[in-house]
Design a protein around this ligand. Structure first.
Ligand SMILES: Cc1ncc(COP(=O)(O)O)c(C=O)c1O
Length: 351
């Protein structure tokens, strides 16, 4: 089976893990500091805290923004991984779900409507599948009303919006380094900001002091692996983009198939190569029979999943019935890419 996702590790990661074992310093050591510094430099943000998961990063960011009670409304898009909405619920706030657009990210027109109606404290744009959300329009809507913007950048390491990296485009950003992510540590996360007050509030939630706090640290092993993953990120993202562009070319004439779109000024890093087709379930089943690890991301919408307050989300609902993903990870060999292309073409042409 060609897996849907596979991390790429090399000699540097192996050597570093062994070095950490031999050193005896397995947490709070030089690799944690090195990773933190190189990640904030890479993204371009001033402050960075590593935490144990993307979910923890979202949760702590929301607490730092002052999301505590039901009156604290946080807007989330109709399509994302469930952690985006769960973090709001866990923080004690009220999530309100707004539909996505053709980029599969929050639709700024719908966002504006929701902002007028619900007076939210914060918005979480998700750079879904590696595509940056339309941050100028989102920041335009939020900035003038004092609404905080928390980027969910769990799927967008290295993606860019008008030349700036995602994770450096809002008030706070949450990353995940889960095993499947473009930077993979197994488990892990990071919170980034340029805002000194928010940074201090984040610190208060995760560093023991005069405020009750959580231990969400990563180990040296995770940081050491992440350090080398980051060094290879641009190269791995280029490989993802190359495969995705080849797919786009080879699939453009297939009946009923909707390809991922790229938008002017936005660099997509294809964490997931997502396609849509009305006969999605048949296609996914046939791909799996042929040894290709196709998968559905996501078969749910967030308002349906958590029975949340929402505006009309009929596009997201339609997408959740049609969307599926095929492998696009940098570990794919050229022969595997050719086999995937041939098989997808064959299945769709013979439906
Ligand atoms: C969009 C999105 N947000 C949040 C998360 C949560 O990250 P984690 O699994 O590291 O908790 C993930 C990934 O799993 C994700 O894809």
């Amino acid at each position: 089976m060609i897996p849907i996702i596979k991390p790429v590790f090399g000699a540097e990661e192996e050597k570093t893990v062994l070095e950490i074992i031999r050193s005896g310093q397995i947490t709070r050591g030089k690799w944690t500091l090195k990773f933190k510094e190189s990640f904030s430099n890479y993204i371009g943000a001033t402050f960075c805290h590593t935490v144990c998961s993307g979910t923890a990063a979202l949760y702590i960011s929301l607490k730092a923004m002052g999301v505590n009670s039901k009156e604290d409304v946080v807007i989330v898009p109709s399509m994302s991984f469930m952690a985006t909405i769960d973090a709001v619920i866990l923080a004690g706030g009220t999530p309100v779900v707004v539909d996505i657009g053709e980029d599969y990210c929050i639709d700024p027109v719908k966002l504006e409507e929701a902002v007028e109606k619900y007076n939210p404290k914060a918005v979480i744009p998700v750079h879904l599948f590696g595509q940056p959300a339309d941050m100028d329009r989102i920041n335009g809507i939020c900035g003038e009303r004092g609404i905080l913007v928390l980027e969910d950048a769990a799927q967008s390491h290295g993606a860019e919006y008008r030349g700036k990296k995602t994770g450096n485009l809002g008030d706070l950003a949450a990353f995940s380094f889960y095993a499947s992510k473009n930077v993979a540590m197994g488990e892990g996360g990071a919170i980034l900001t340029n805002n000194v007050d928010l940074d201090e509030k984040v610190s208060n939630w995760i560093e023991f002091g005069d405020h009750p706090a959580l231990n969400l640290r990563i180990t040296e092993f995770q940081a050491g692996i992440g350090y080398w993953q980051l060094k290879k990120l641009d190269e791995m993202n280029e490989r993802r983009r190359k495969i995705a562009h080849l797919y786009n070319e080879e699939f453009k004439d297939l009946p009923g198939l909707i390809l991922p779109k790229e938008f002017e000024g936005r660099k997509h890093v294809y964490h997931i190569y997502a396609l849509r087709h009305p006969d999605r379930d048949t296609i996914v089943e046939k791909l799996i029979q042929k040894g290709i690890g196709a998968r559905v991301y996501y078969e749910y919408t967030l308002h349906q999943l958590r029975n949340a307050e929402h505006l009309d989300c009929s596009f997201g609902e339609k997408v959740s019935r049609e969307i599926f993903a095929i492998p696009v990870h940098p570990a794919l060999k050229n022969e595997e890419v050719s086999y995937i292309i041939e098989t997808v073409r064959d299945i769709i042409n013979n439906l």
